[in-house]
Design a protein. Structure first.
Length: 238
């Protein structure tokens, strides 16, 4: 029997319980690898409204998630070199289902709905929370999840709450600080260090960290190399 997520349903749409204050500096060690992965094909498979509807597969899955409008769809398109693989929208909450994409017929990229989008009613918020948390806690072939963080802002309570839930449920994850080209390097460093400082109390080992930029295609090589190593059993999430 799959364990039910312990995080209160609907809480992903709330700001959470954290007071964002300064934290001691933490050394930011961005992941790097000598050899990346060549993406020769990326194809849409299916969309699922919940865990029970997810496809039966032996391929390992790498999921991507973040707050609405964090740049997730653009990152997925950059990683796969397919411009319209994931639909990019200026409207928050555009992704409403769990979307599966086969990459190189070797692994599956999973596009999860953004958390924190304010649906018009509580029922909608509950449905999104159940979908996201049910997949992350119950999907057996999930290798890990990349959590996108908007690098333009200091740590946000909803991101911290989500990461704390991942740690509590033992869901392996890495952090991706998106839109790095929109901030100065010193501010990117500061925001990353602050975030790591907050989550260090929960993590036995700090997660891998990536910084991405769509315009500079920054981070693509590193993320694909990390996935390649994970598939070969030579690398792992936090």
């Amino acid at each position: 029997m799959v364990a039910q997520p312990s995080l209160k349903v609907g809480s992903l749409a709330l700001l959470g319980k954290y007071s964002i204050t300064a934290v001691s500096n933490y050394a930011v060690r961005n992941y790097s690898a000598p050899e990346s992965m060549n993406v020769s094909s990326a194809k849409f498979q299916i969309s699922a409204p919940d865990l029970a509807s997810c496809p039966v597969s032996e391929l390992r899955e790498f999921a991507f998630i973040g707050r609405s409008n964090v740049g997730k769809s653009s990152l997925l398109n950059m990683l796969t070199n397919v411009k319209a693989l994931a639909k990019v929208s200026a409207t928050p909450g555009h992704t409403k289902l769990i979307n599966f994409f086969s990459v190189n017929n070797e692994w599956t990229l999973v596009d999860l709905p953004g958390y924190g989008y304010a649906e018009t009613n509580q029922q909608g918020r509950d449905r999104f929370a159940q979908m996201i948390l049910g997949y992350l806690a119950g999907r057996e072939n999930l290798a890990g999840v990349f959590v996108l963080i908007d690098s333009r802002h200091p740590p946000q309570a909803i991101d911290l709450e989500f990461v704390e839930w991942l740690v509590g449920e033992s869901v392996p994850f890495a952090l991706v600080f998106s839109k790095a080209d929109k901030v100065k390097p010193a501010l990117l460093q500061k925001h990353t260090e602050l975030f790591l400082g907050h989550i260090s109390a929960w993590c036995a080992e700090l997660p891998k960290v990536f910084s991405t930029s769509l315009e500079a295609r920054m981070g693509r090589r590193e993320i694909l190399a990390f996935i390649k190593e994970a598939l070969a059993g030579e690398g792992s999430f936090a």
